[in-house]
Ligand binder design. Structure first.
Ligand SMILES: [Zn+2]
Length: 186
């Protein structure tokens, strides 16, 4: 761990880096803490330095600050949606779908979706889907469309969904583009 003296960072109140023994001495904080402190000051003075994150389909999904200020970022909601409450639930569900795609890729079980992480996420998605219905296949990560998880999870929640052929084709294209053509079609 890298530590630098607090006075180098000109921080008025550096976080305590206690050694537990109550020994008096210069307050220290890590390089990461110094970076965060500086980023927080910059963001407070100039506003966050925001980047628009795109989902797997190239649509805006999230705004994040480029500086390490610790802000969790913002979720992009469709302003034309008549019910923003519903949109928030949908945004939460889309986060779960995104997490599921990550868990699926990280899974070492076969089939991949049988891992504990995937199973937990699928159960949570089904819970939400029972309340607000299905989301469009164009909104979830292309991977969960091409793997059939999109239909599998919705069916288990009692939601009838169908992936139109052109959407399936677009999902494969998006996946192949993001993996440099390495996505293997079943
Ligand atoms: Zn920021």
């Amino acid at each position: 761990m890298t530590v630098i003296p607090a006075d180098i960072g000109h921080a008025s109140e550096p976080p305590h880096q206690g050694d537990g023994g109550g020994r008096p001495g210069p307050k220290l904080f890590t390089l990461d803490q110094a970076r965060q402190e500086l980023a927080q000051r910059e963001c407070a003075e100039f506003g966050h330095d925001v980047t628009v994150m795109l989902d797997g389909w190239g649509q805006p999904s999230r705004l994040v600050c480029d500086r390490p200020c610790g802000h969790p970022g913002w979720v992009v909601l469709d302003a034309s949606a008549p019910d923003l409450h519903l949109e928030l639930l949908r945004a939460a569900m889309l986060d779960l779908w995104a997490d599921l795609a990550v868990a699926y890729l990280a899974s070492e079980t076969r089939p991949r979706e049988s891992s504990v992480a995937c199973h937990g996420l699928m159960t949570r998605i089904q819970d939400v889907a029972r309340h607000i219905g299905p989301v469009e296949p164009e909104k979830v990560p292309p991977l969960v469309v091409t793997t059939g998880l999109y239909e599998l999870v919705h069916a288990a929640a009692g939601c009838e969904v169908q992936v139109p052929p052109q959407v399936m084709e677009a999902a494969w294209s998006a996946l192949e583009q993001s993996t440099g053509g390495k996505a293997a079609r079943a």
